[in-house]
Design a protein around this ligand. Structure first.
Ligand SMILES: [Zn+2]
Ligand SMILES: [Zn+2]
Length: 117
């Protein structure tokens, strides 16, 4: 019995972390990376770039190499700093404005968001 409960909790936790790390339908790569890094940190690899690609653009096989060529050579935070340096000055993570085509690695236009809050 106790084993079953433990299993249940474990699978619920796994499900929760799956859900928390799943990119939104139209979330762009940049906003996704920022969200993941601010919540879970960077582990020195491209794991979030790879996860976004696997879930949103599974056929973009060259995506990681493309990010590496553009300066994000070793890890996800370098992708943020070097590939997507054009981020509004803010001390919090902004909600993604959404990309037109799901799976597009082109960053959304955050400036088009209404300036509230
Ligand atoms: Zn990093
Ligand atoms: Zn975005």
């Amino acid at each position: 019995m106790a084993d079953n409960v433990a299993d249940l909790v474990e699978s619920e936790l796994a499900e929760l972390s799956q859900r928390l790390t799943t990119p939104e339908e139209r979330e762009c790569l940049r906003c996704y990376l920022l969200r993941m890094i601010s919540e879970f940190g960077c582990d020195g690899s491209h794991r979030w770039t790879v996860r976004w690609r696997d879930l949103r653009a599974p056929r973009a096989h060259g995506l990681v190499q493309r990010m590496q060529r553009r300066g994000g050579c070793c890890c996800d935070c370098e992708v943020i700093f070097n590939v997507f340096p054009d981020y509004p000055e803010t001390d919090r993570v902004l909600p993604c404005a959404g990309v037109v085509r799901a799976g597009s690695a082109v960053p959304c236009d955050l400036r088009s968001l209404p300036r509230s809050a």
